[in-house]
Design a binder for this molecule. Structure first.
Ligand SMILES: *Cc1c(COP(=O)(O)O)cnc(C)c1O
Length: 402
């Protein structure tokens, strides 16, 4: 059956190219984890997990055990035969009772609460795992107060990694809270805090292979070298975790750089947006001056107008705050949204765009002719960030590979 015309196109080749570009920007300092939480930032894990693996990713990051199980299935289906060895990290940790499933699907937990260690150790024992065979990424809170152990709470956690335990300290992880602030003062403070934590860890006789720090902003700001230097000082290797950049967007830096780092310039020049969001004109009507458009008549035609109905509304993730203050693309031109956005539909003003007809393609995110609408444009118009614009495109909008 032909579909309702509101869809997202995912260019998996662009995602592969983006991954390879980020790899070159990280080299020779760091390896990368492809972050694909929240259904690959709304881009479809089913399409993006195999694409990242094709591009060479050896680490995928997801939010939850549920997402990890889906990712494991996709990785297995994408590379049948011998275990391809792709690691899948559950970034937001386990919830009570999830450790057995995590182990069964060969996922790796970020852990920081004592009860995480209790549950992981008990599940590993029940699964008959050998000592030191369940890798753990220990998260340290270096300033974000979100997840991770405080430095002064580390010793009882480190004491869990006994020779008899199934748990193995594979990575020490932290998350940067302001990597998108050019200048990197907060990042430098967080890395100093991490340095102290790593000192405590080695003083307690423990060793981890990986230091897992840094999102897209850290990578593009050129922080990979500093992170790798810190890692090397503690005999570790650096692992960075870009998400947004994988989908083709360079984060905005605020305040901006005076001297843009080469990594950021290269990213701006070469990253390719992976997602396009499209709809079509359903019908076109002419209305006289004084006609009311949409709920509550917040928009009134000041002159005779031509209006095009399109099949996309807030039920698809088109933010209601865009009503009467944002434009979409049709026939290569910007067509202002007129009136409130409805759940399933919205109306654009095509008075100044001759020849618009039912069936014409409408761009919500993407390029048409010489015009482009990015997720940043949506975000700026309603006071949010592109991460949210992507993740709130709802499940009823099919993600179609191109
Ligand atoms: C989401 C997330 C990332 C990726 O962040 P981007 O800004 O999208 O690159 C990295 N690390 C952690 C812990 C995250 O939660």
């Amino acid at each position: 059956m032909p579909m309702r015309p509101c869809w997202v196109e995912i260019d998996t080749h662009s995602l592969e190219d983006n991954y390879r570009l980020l790899e070159t920007l990280a080299a020779p300092h760091a390896e990368l984890m492809a972050v694909e939480k929240a259904d690959a930032y709304g881009h479809s894990l089913s399409l993006c997990a195999p694409a990242a693996v094709r591009a060479g990713a050896r680490w995928l990051g997801v939010a939850s055990v549920e997402e990890g199980i889906a990712a494991r299935e996709l990785v297995r289906a994408a590379s049948p035969g011998p275990n391809p060895g792709v690691r899948i990290l559950v970034i937001s940790g386990i919830f009570p009772g999830q450790a057995a499933a995590l182990i069964a699907h060969r996922l790796t937990a970020v852990a920081w609460e004592p009860w995480h260690f209790d549950e992981l150790e008990a599940a590993a024992h029940a699964a008959g795992l050998a000592p030191g065979s369940l890798p753990i990424h220990l998260e340290i809170d270096t300033g974000m107060s979100r997840q991770g152990a405080a430095t002064d709470a580390l010793s009882p956690l480190l004491a869990r990694f006994t020779p008899a335990s199934s748990l193995q300290l594979e990575a020490v992880m932290t998350h940067l809270l302001a990597a998108d602030e050019a200048g990197g003062r907060v990042t430098a403070e967080q890395l100093a805090c991490l340095d102290r934590a790593l000192g405590l860890i080695s003083a307690a006789g423990h060793f981890a292979e990986w230091l897992s720090v840094g999102n897209s902003a850290a990578l593009l700001a050129g922080q990979a070298a500093a992170i790798a230097e810190l890692a090397a000082r503690h005999g570790m290797k650096a692992l960075l975790r870009p998400g947004l950049a994988l989908y083709g967007l360079a984060p905005a830096f605020d305040p901006p750089f005076i001297d843009e780092p080469d990594t950021l310039a290269a990213a701006r020049a070469h990253l390719k947006p992976v997602l396009k969001w499209k709809s079509r004109v359903v019908s076109v009507r002419s209305v006289p001056a004084g006609a009311v458009v949409g709920y509550n008549g917040t928009f009134v035609a000041t002159e005779p107008m031509r209006l095009a109905l399109i099949a996309a509304g807030y039920g698809d993730g088109l933010d209601r705050c865009l009503g009467s203050r944002f434009s979409l693309l049709v026939a290569g031109e910007r067509a202002p949204l007129a009136g409130r956005i409805s759940m399933d539909q919205s109306v654009i003003d095509v008075t100044e765009i001759p020849g618009v007809e039912p069936g014409d393609e409408v761009i919500l995110i993407g390029a048409q002719g010489s015009e482009t609408i990015s997720a940043f444009d949506h975000a700026h118009a309603c006071g949010t960030i592109p991460w949210e614009v992507f993740t709130r495109i709802t499940a009823r909008v099919p993600r179609i590979p191109v």
